[in-house]
Design a protein. Structure first.
Ligand code: UTP
Length: 285
């Protein structure tokens, strides 16, 4: 089975970035010159995904406009022979199919994924959280799809986090089966104490369609929201789930410090900004 569809839950309220996110979706905040969500869509594209399913909400229209063709802008750029910029804005719009559906109320990540049920049908699919930015030689989702191809079951991207941060993540208990690969025995959402490990689930998943049965049974969990982790816990009773420690550097750009670090990282990689930015940083110390 091939992973062709990716769900992008993008209906969260982005409260940690208020007031910046009052009128602009968090997903549209820029890292250098591209919105956060574009980095993830590009990762999906480079991993062989063909269809992107955005779960949006009120105030998220900018995401639809961003991935649409902008006729006026493209005509102007063409007339002015600004081919390089034109290519930058076109590339991603053309190769992928975009589908939008709304989560009417931000009831949690699990509820957001459930909103994609009728679009996904009965096939395994990827999930991307648009504020987790991963810079990797081989795109993180591509690494995961490789693992999926072998095991044909749900794969969770995990990363080791300091013990003092485990209360911020879904944490797995797992048995190592290969280098960087664990058979998941349990998952706990944001453990207050006694985390089963320091392997945290981050914003990339491959899920089998059976997750929808679990999401439908889901009850409100941590933070009074419908959690995806709780549905994965249910899935574990019927199917094997693996956790994969991907290779690459991840930034939690949904958090202020993580966002600033991601901007510096990308700024230092960008030809237009690297030299000046490096000089500026050196001057600070
Ligand atoms: P976050 O926990 O980062 O929440 O959601 P948030 O609302 O985006 O941001 P803060 O915490 O208020 O600052 C993780 C992912 O799940 C999506 C978000 O859009 C984000 O991609 N999400 C969350 C939904 O789509 N719907 C929800 O009800 C909750």
């Amino acid at each position: 089975m091939k992973i062709k569809k990716a769900v992008f839950p993008s209906a969260g309220l982005g409260t940690r970035f208020l007031p910046a996110t009052k009128a602009i979706p968090k997903e549209m905040l820029p890292l250098v010159d591209k919105p956060l969500i574009q980095y993830c869509v590009e990762e999906a594209h480079a991993s062989g995904i063909e269809e992107i399913v955005f779960i949006t909400g009120r105030g998220k229209r900018a995401i639809e406009d961003h991935f649409d063709i902008s006729f006026e802008l493209e005509t102007t750029l063409r007339e002015k022979k600004k081919t390089a910029i034109l290519n930058k804005i076109r590339h991603i719009s053309e190769d992928l199919t975009y589908i939008y559906t709304r989560q009417k109320k931000a009831l949690g990540l699990g509820h957001a994924v459930l909103c994609a049920k009728n679009i996904i049908n009965n096939e395994p699919f990827a999930v991307f959280l648009g504020d987790d930015i991963i810079d990797a030689k081989v795109p993180a989702m591509k690494q995961m799809i490789k693992v999926f191809t072998k095991y044909q079951t749900s794969i969770l991207a995990v990363q080791r986090v300091p013990k003092k941060h485990t209360h911020m993540y879904g944490i797995i208990k797992g048995k190592k089966v290969a280098d960087g690969l664990y058979k998941v025995e349990d998952v706990v959402e944001k453990p207050e104490k006694n985390p089963p490990s320091n392997l945290a689930i981050i914003g990339r998943y491959i899920l089998t369609p059976e997750i929808f049965t679990q999401l439908e049974k889901n009850k409100k969990g941590s933070g009074g929201e419908y959690q995806l982790t709780d549905a994965i816990k249910g899935l574990l009773k019927t199917q094997a789930v693996y956790a994969y420690e991907f290779e690459g550097e991840r930034f939690d750009a949904g958090d202020k410090v993580g966002f600033l670090k991601a901007n510096i990282h990308m700024g230092l990689k960008n030809k237009e900004t690297a030299v000046e930015l490096r000089k500026f940083i050196k001057r600070l110390f």
